[in-house]
Structures are given as C-alpha cells and as structure tokens.
Design a protein around this ligand. Structure first.
Ligand code: ZN
Length: 377
C-alpha cells in the first residue's frame, strides 16, 4: 500500500514537473551584499566603482549557428593577425549549433584563441519548442553539444562556458539551471534596452522580459550577459545586427551603424557592447558590407582603451576589475594543445545524407544527435 502511494506521488511528480522545484524565489538585490567576484546586481554601475574613463571598453563580436567552409573565410579575414592594445590577439565568440558544423574548423577557431560557445544540437526553429523545454531537455541540448565540441573538435570541455538560446527564446529558470548543471558560466540570449553591465542571478533580475518566460528563482553565481539593443539609422531597435532593417548596402552605412552604437557605450558607462550576428548576413548584401565591418574593426584598433574579446573574458574582468593602465588579465588567452587532423564522415540523418568533418581518426557510428551526441551505436 505504502509503495502504491509512493508510486502515485512519483507518477504525479513525473507527469507535472515543477520548474522551480528545489529553487527559492529570487529576492531584491542588495549591492552591499552582492559583490564581485561571485555576485553582481542588475544595474548600470561600473564594476569596481570606477569612472568610465578609467575602464576599458569591451566589444563582443559574435556569430551564431554552424561553422563551416561557407563562413570560415569571413572569420579568418576579419580577425587573423589583429591584436588588442595589450598585444594579445583579438577574440570573437561563436555560438555554434551542431548541424552542418565542421568541427575541424571549430578547432581552428579555438586554436586562434576565439571563444567557443553553445547554441544547441537541434537548433529547432520553433519558439514553443524552446519556451517549454524542461531542464532535462535543455541538458540534452546543451550538455550534449558541449560533449560533441570536446569530442569532435578536441576542445577541453571545461573551456566552453557560454550559451545562446536559439531564437533568443528563454525557458524561464530552466535555461539557467540546465546551463549551470552542465558546467557553464553565462548566458547571452536576453535582450535589453538598458546599457547594463553583466550580472548574476543570485538576486532578482529587474531586466525587462521581452521574450518570456524569464527566470524568477535565485540561481547563484550564474551570469547573464544582456544583449544591449542596437538602433539603426531610422531608430529601429534590434537585438542582433541582422535584424536591423535600415542598413544600406554601403561601406559607410554599415560602418556608421556599428560606430554609432559603439559610441553610445564608449561615451556612456562603457558597458560591454556586442555586435551579435550571423555570417550569412554578409553575402545577403553586396560584398562591400563586409568591408564596412572590417572598416569598423580598423577603427576600433585605433583606440587604445578598446578591447575586442570573448564574452567569457569580459566576465573575467568584471569579476576582478582593474583600471586601465594596469594589467587587465594575468595573461593572453592561451588555448590548450588541441591537435586536429580533419576527417570527413559520410553519415545518415534519417533519409538525408550529412557530411560531418571532425578531428578524430574514426567516424561516429551514426549521425550524432540529441540523446546520442557522440553518435555511438
Ligand atoms: Zn541560431
């Protein structure tokens, strides 16, 4: 009888999982208690109590979706050989989805010192799918993809710290508890129109929730890097560069769009400014829009207090803020030894053929996918 009651309770629990189970509701943030390195409130104030002129301006250049032979040349051309004012190579951040990704190219980006981050296995194009994900489902999507990166691109798993939800669709607390459970450190999917610095979810976030559900529970030590909205020449707001419609196919128009959005942070509270996009945006317009992007990078490099870095590296500074003129990080980003001899594998995804290039000598038995990220038999 007791067993039956227990089974009934368990059955109920399984049928209707409480998303907030085991979590406590986040309370208002108190800046005197919540301090870096492990806690930070949602606000516009500069870490360390510095003045804007005393801190570096961080610029995040990120690209979403598959890394492949279609887009790698943009990345090589944009970033190879560029240095930050401290002499360290510039870094971009790649939020990579699994399908069509060439893992040997992910390995190349990693060895160039860029940040490798996650964007899910299935990259399903339905907001409902992402909105209703349970923690376990998200662990399969993102934890599974983290394993793929380590296995097929030969990247140390614990160096993968960040994620972005497809369609920027959060799943409330679940997005963050799942990410934390698989060992990640931050999320960069949550748009805002306020120029804020990144913050942790120890306490209640007062960031506007434009794509609900947003988290309501306390998730200690997990960082949110808000996506500060961009504005195009007609005043249209967008979270990602690709979504701003009023950029003409002209070098100067692209340059001016990027620079004017950069200036709002650089001349303001110097909160990190991100230009989040898909490389597919470049060929969508005549070639020279990429020249506008390169012109912007050239411009940034004339400024000795501007750093093009990965999001995780920015968070490192936020945890231990030091003034300009001092050493901002203990050393340059140093990728681990990560040899890769590219091998192309012909696999089947259902009835469809997939070529997956990766760093191992042998091919997976089946096409790696949700629930079987290493493609084992
Ligand atoms: Zn995407």
């Amino acid at each position: 009888m007791k067993l039956l009651v227990l089974l009934a309770i368990l059955g109920c629990a399984l049928a209707a999982p409480k998303p907030n189970f085991g979590l406590r509701e986040a309370e208002a943030c108190d800046e005197t208690v919540c301090k870096p390195p492990n806690c930070k409130c949602f606000n516009s104030s500069i870490p360390g109590g510095f003045e804007p002129s005393e801190v570096p301006q961080f610029v995040y250049l990120t690209f979403d979706d598959a890394v492949s032979t279609i887009n790698i040349d943009y990345y090589r051309q944009a970033f190879n050989g560029r240095k930050n004012p401290d002499g360290c190579p510039v870094q971009a951040t790649y939020y990579i989805s699994h399908e069509y990704t060439d893992y040997s190219l992910v390995n190349e980006l990693y060895r160039e010192g860029h940040e490798i981050a996650l964007h899910s296995i299935t990259h399903t194009s339905s907001t409902d799918y992402w909105k209703t994900q349970t923690k376990e489902q998200l662990i399969a999507e993102f934890g599974g993809e983290r394993k793929m990166m380590a296995h097929f691109a030969n990247i140390p798993e614990d160096e993968i710290k960040g994620m972005r939800m497809p369609l920027l669709q959060l799943a409330g607390d679940n997005s963050f508890t799942a990410a934390q459970e698989v060992g990640m450190n931050y999320d960069c999917s949550w748009p805002t129109s306020t120029r804020v610095w990144p913050y942790t979810l120890d306490y209640k976030s007062t960031q506007e929730c434009s794509i609900p559900p947003c988290p309501t529970s306390s998730i200690p030590g997990f960082w949110v890097q808000p996506m500060v909205n961009l504005k195009d020449s007609q005043g249209t707001i967008c979270s990602m560069v690709d979504a701003c419609p009023n950029i003409k196919d002209d070098v100067d128009d692209v340059f001016n769009f990027l620079k004017s959005n950069f200036d709002r942070s650089y001349e303001g509270n110097r909160s990190p400014i991100g230009f989040y996009m898909h490389a597919a945006w470049f060929p969508r317009l005549p070639e020279h829009s990429f020249e506008g992007y390169l012109k912007f990078l050239d411009y940034l490099q004339t400024l000795d207090d501007v750093y093009i870095i990965g999001v995780e590296r920015g968070l490192e500074w936020v945890r231990n803020p030091v003034k300009l003129g001092e050493q901002l990080w203990p050393s340059c980003q140093q990728p681990a030894e990560a040899p890769c001899k590219a091998k192309s594998c012909q696999l089947k995804k259902g009835e469809e053929e997939r070529y997956m290039t990766q760093c191992l000598n042998s091919c997976p038995k089946v096409y790696p996918w949700l629930g079987n990220p290493l493609g084992e038999e």
